[in-house]
Write a protein that binds this ligand. Structure first.
Ligand code: ASP
Length: 314
């Protein structure tokens, strides 16, 4: 087992491996005295705007019908305030919309057409999130499997399109998540994704679901997930990890216990779950149900974000 990295003092960003650009932007804000909540939102936004990032925001992976539907959530560890959106189509920066839900509505989660309506009301400009490379990849998958849209009921196509043929095949999906501690010691967490590639329209993963893919509480710590969202939803991974911390487990024990819960689910080739977590005193760690995965961390004393291996059960 890996030796845990010593705790960081002061501002700290912990993220999924694809969070480098977002972490740099977040740390710049934190060094200027910015809040954890603003930094978590900014970090997600920077990733959403990056067309090279094919699993988040603009240029994200389309669903089975070739539409990009975005999910995001943001949580404030000071007071457990939350904002989230799911299945957002035709608008970008789902994380900014999630922040607006937190601040402008007596709700925590908006979906689909309601979320789009709210985006318009908040002054967001409609923007097609589909890029040509993403649409090419979307079509290519049909070709690889010899499938055609409309040849069968969509549920049968989705079954084929989202199931890797071999254990080593990747399911095309991805998410960015950020756990942030600011100079005041407050925590916040943000998650943004286009979800599982070729998903059934309207499918919602763990990322916008507080408790499943995102959870944060100043008193105990923060956790967020990437991977097959259905797994984290079924065992409430992010909230469980923070609850284990509350009940007195240390960070490593809490993360490994989450992996044990995930291990109880049936194992499907290519499907996995990753967790990042941090405690209020600056300990951080990453966990995964499969080996070889890494996470990113960046504290105010470092010049560059660094990658560390995620722990597994074996
Ligand atoms: N967790 C995301 C979802 O299931 C996808 C991912 O993280 O890869 O929507």
């Amino acid at each position: 087992m890996e030796i845990p990295i010593p705790p960081s003092k002061g501002p700290l960003v912990v993220a999924s491996e694809n969070g480098r650009r977002g972490a740099l932007a977040a740390m710049e804000l934190l060094r200027r005295g910015g809040s954890a909540l603003d930094a978590a939102e900014l970090a997600c936004q920077v990733t959403e705007d990056d067309p090279q990032e094919h699993t988040v925001g603009y240029g994200g992976i389309p669903n089975a019908l070739g539409q990009v539907q975005l999910d995001a959530s943001l949580m404030d560890g000071r007071d457990l305030r939350v904002g989230a959106v799911a299945g957002v189509e035709g608008y970008g920066n789902a994380i900014r919309l999630a922040r607006k839900v937190m601040e402008e509505l007596p709700h925590v989660l908006l979906v689909g057409s309601g979320a789009a309506r709210f985006a318009a009301e908040m002054g967001f400009r409609p923007q097609d999130q589909r890029t040509l490379p993403a649409l090419d990849r979307w079509r290519q998958r049909f070709d690889e499997l010899g499938l055609h849209l409309g040849e069968a009921e969509l549920r049968h196509l989705v079954q084929r399109l989202t199931t890797p043929l071999h254990l080593e095949d990747r399911v095309e999906q991805g998410t960015v998540n950020f756990l942030v501690r600011d100079g005041q010691g407050n925590l916040a967490s943000g998650v943004s994704t286009s979800g599982l590639g070729w998903k059934y329209p309207g499918r919602v993963g763990d990322s916008p679901l507080i408790g499943a893919g995102n959870y944060c509480d100043n008193r105990y710590g923060a956790a967020a997930c990437t991977g097959m969202g259905e797994m984290a939803i079924r065992v409430s991974t992010a909230r469980s990890l923070v609850l284990y911390l509350k009940m007195g487990m240390d960070l490593i024990a809490a993360g490994l216990e989450c992996l044990r819960e995930l291990e109880r689910l049936e194992q499907v080739p290519g499907r996995y779950m990753n967790i990042v977590a941090m405690t209020p005193d600056g300990h951080h760690a990453g966990f995964s149900t499969v080996s070889g995965k890494r996470y990113l961390y960046f504290d105010a004393e470092m010049e560059e974000p660094a990658l560390a291996p995620r722990m597994t059960l074996v």
